[in-house]
Design a protein. Sequence first.
Length: 186
Amino acid sequence: MEWAGVALFVALMGYFIYLYNSLVRYRQLSKEGWSGIDVQLKRRADLIPSLLETVKAYMRHERATLHAVTVARQAVLEAQDKGALVQRGEAEDQLSGALGRLLMVAEAYPNLKADTTFLEFQRALQTVENDIQYARRYYNGTVRNLNVAVESFPSNIVARSFRFEKAQYFELNNEGRSVPQVAFAQ
């Protein structure tokens, strides 16, 4: 009888160790996922000054649009320093919207649209936007796994005991990423 109690105790301890290690793994994967997003967002922010320099030569009277992109980029850099996910998402939304407006205004400049440097930056920006989307999906998937483990029984007991907390999803508003509407004359 005594051996059965010891075996049950060892099995329970093994299970709780497994739960603890699972929570640690999920937390580390979410940190890794956030790192991937952060790298892509920094790549995008680093592309913007060069893109603006290319565009400035063609768009002298579009100062408001250029200024909006510059201000939004500065807000992103400040949000990076603070580290708050919600603030970072809002700043990234503003930047995405400003970049979208910049690219829409650029459509009115045929010489700019034909400029190879501008086209390269536009392609690089599109690549980075796609990479951000993939990194965000990965991060949010790891956050989902962590949050499920933190809330599910019996891992929630281990999570509460060792102060594991739910993580925040990184959500971007899609206002600045809307697909342009094309209308053909009838």
